[in-house]
Design a protein around this ligand. Structure first.
Ligand SMILES: [Zn+2]
Length: 219
């Protein structure tokens, strides 16, 4: 069986190699701030099957360096495989206005360089959807999706995919838009857990794998 992990962060290469031993072949590694962009780059070069993103997570907008957007643009310009993530809005965290500025700027860069975005949303669906309505051509992966069917309906104007690490929101997600993730090193802790998650959710790994391909190649 082939599996993927649609969302995780920087972990040691050994963890990815162990997961490969369990059949997990592809990994989407998200950055959180410029401080880990070089680590994302190194990981992508040291293990096969690593897809990767650069961005500033809403939790870390407070200590991003002033030139973060220039540096992000340089990465996107010089590497056409780089995506934009993890970005988003989180109403439970400080600096919400600043989060919005960062989110908008990163959506603009993703649009300019035609890259998918990997989105974190906590209690901010109205604002997230209002921003995204201006960027209808983007492919969007909502990670640890926690919305309801109304949110899913409202995402129809986007090329949107929804990634989960438990059964909580799975019922409202269209089958052909569903992905799975570990969110390691938090979440499930390791991408090694993905095959067990897929079994627990009673999903077909081949079907999921086609969703993953479509997210990347059918745009
Ligand atoms: Zn994450």
């Amino acid at each position: 069986m082939k599996y993927f992990d649609a969302h995780l962060h920087v972990v040691s290469p050994d963890i990815l190699l162990n997961a490969q031993g369990q059949g997990v072949r592809r990994f989407i590694v998200n950055a959180t701030s410029p401080a880990d962009w070089d680590q994302v780059d190194r990981l992508s070069k040291s293990v096969l099957g690593v897809y990767y993103c650069y961005g500033v997570h809403p939790w870390y907008v407070g200590n991003a360096p002033d030139d973060w957007a220039i540096r992000l643009e340089e990465r996107l310009k010089s590497d056409q495989n780089a995506m934009v993530g993890e970005i988003g809005l989180d109403k439970m965290r400080p600096a919400y206005e600043k989060q919005k500025q960062f989110f908008l700027r990163q959506l603009q860069l993703a649009e300019k360089y035609d890259r998918a975005v990997h989105v974190h949303c906590v209690r901010a669906w109205d604002d997230i959807l209002a921003f995204l309505s201006e960027f209808r051509d983007l492919s969007v992966l909502f990670h640890r999706f926690s919305g309801d069917e109304i949110v899913v309906q409202k995402c129809r104007f986007l090329n949107a995919y929804f990634s989960v690490l438990n059964a909580a929101s799975i019922r409202v997600i269209p089958d052909n838009r569903l992905l799975v993730e570990s969110d390691a090193p938090d979440g499930l802790g390791s991408p090694e857990k993905i095959p067990a998650l897929v079994r627990q959710l009673q999903l077909d790994p081949d079907y999921l794998d086609q969703n993953f391909d479509r997210f990347f190649y059918d745009r």
